[in-house]
Design a protein around this ligand. Sequence first.
Ligand code: GLN
Length: 446
Amino acid sequence: MTAVFARISETEDKIGAFITITEEEALLKAREMDEAGIDPDDLLSGLPIGIKDNIITEGTLTTAASRILEDFVPIYDATVSKKIKEAGMISVGKLNMDEFAMGGSTETSYFKLTRNPWNLEKVPGGSSGGSAAAVASGQVPVALGTDTGGSIRQPAAFNGIVGMKPTYGRVSRFGLIAFGSSLDQIGPFSRTVKDNALVLNAISGADPADSMSAQQEVPDFTAGIEKGVKGMKIGVPKEYMSEGLQPGVKEAVLKAVETYRSLGAIVEEVSLPHSQYGIAAYYIIASSEASSNLQRFDGIRYGYRAEGAESLDELYIKTRSEGFGDEVKRRIMLGTFSLSSGYYDAHFKKAAKVRTLIRQDFEKVFDSYDLILGPTATTTAFDIGGKVKDPVAMYLADILTVPVNLAGVPAISIPCGFSEGMPVGLQLIGKHFDEQTIYRAAYAFE
Ligand code: GLN
C-alpha cells in the first residue's frame, strides 16, 4: 500500500486524478489486514481501488465534482462502497470527474483538470476521467466509474485501458448521486480484462435499496473466460463504421475484426438503423431525468448554501446559481424545457419512442449474433480546451456510446491499438445480462 501512495505522489501533480486521497485510512486498513493475515487465494483482498466522486463513501468527502457538494461528507456507504469493503478491497481516494458526470472530458469539474497520462495536453475523456487516468498512470490497479451515456467506455478508450458498463440493473445504484436514473450504471476500470471481471463479481447483485436492480443470478464473470471465440457470431454495425471516424480509429477496428476472424469468430456486417437518433434522444432523456434529480440541491438539505439571501426563494436561486457550473445549468434548462407541458409530447415523449426503436434495433441483431463490435469513440483523446466551449461538438462525440445506455445492454471498451499516437478503444456490446460473453471475447483479444 505504501508503494501505491508513493506512485500517487510521484504522478499526481501531473495527472490530477484525485479530488480526495485517503492515505491515512488506507494505510491503517492495510496494516490491520496484514496483521490478520490475507488468504493468498483471495484475489481481491487488500487490492487498492479508486472510487469516482459521485459514489457515496461514508465519512469521506463526496462532491460529484460540484461546488454545491464541496463539503458533503456522507453518513452512509453506497451499496458498491460497502461491497468493495466486504470483498477486502481498500479505497485509496475519490476520483475527479465532470460535474455530476455531465461531460466527456472531465473539464467541467469544479475542482481541477485531469490530464491524459499518454499526453498531458490531451483530455482523459469523461465523465469518469479521473478513474481512467488513475488506472492508466499506474496509480491504482482498478477503479470504479459510472456510465450514463459512455462515461466508463470513452475514458477507458482514451486511456488505453479496460472499462465495463454492465447491464442496467446489474449493479446497485443505491448511493450513486443520480444523473439519468434510467441510464446510470456503475462499473469497473482496470488494466486487464480478468481484473475487470473480478471487480464486477464483487459489486454486482440485486439490492432491495435500488428498485431497478435486477433479480438476476450473478455468475462468476471469470468462469470460462479463456474459452475463446471460435464459432462466436459478431456483428459490426455499418452505421458505427461510417464516415466521421478518425482514419486511424477505423484502421485499428478493422484490424481487430481480422484478429477475431483469425481466432475463429464469424464477423459480419449488421445494421442498427436508429443509431443516428441516439444523441438527440439521449440528451433529452438524460437531461430531463437530471433536471428532476438535481432538485434536491437547494441549499437546505446538504452542501453549499449561498450567503445573504433574504427569502427562501432567493436562497434557492442564489445557492443553485453559485453552486452549479455552466454545463449543469445547461442540462437543467434543457431537461425542464423538454418536460414542460407545452413541449412534453414533442420532445420527451418522442425521445422515449426513439429509445424503444433503438432497443429493438439491438434485439433484432442479437436474435442472430452473440456480440456487436465497433469503435468506442469516433476519435482518440482530443486536446484540453478543444471542445469544452462547444457543447454540441462535445455531445456529438458520444454517438457510439449512448445507444447502449438507451437499450440498457452491457458493453466494454478494450484497447485495440493506436491512432496519431493515442490509444484506440474497441467496443464490444452484449445481450442483456450476458457480460460473460463480452469478457470472453475481450480476453481472447487481449
Ligand atoms: N458525455 C455524456 C454526457 O455528458 C455521458 C456522460 C456519462 O455517461 N455520465 O451526458
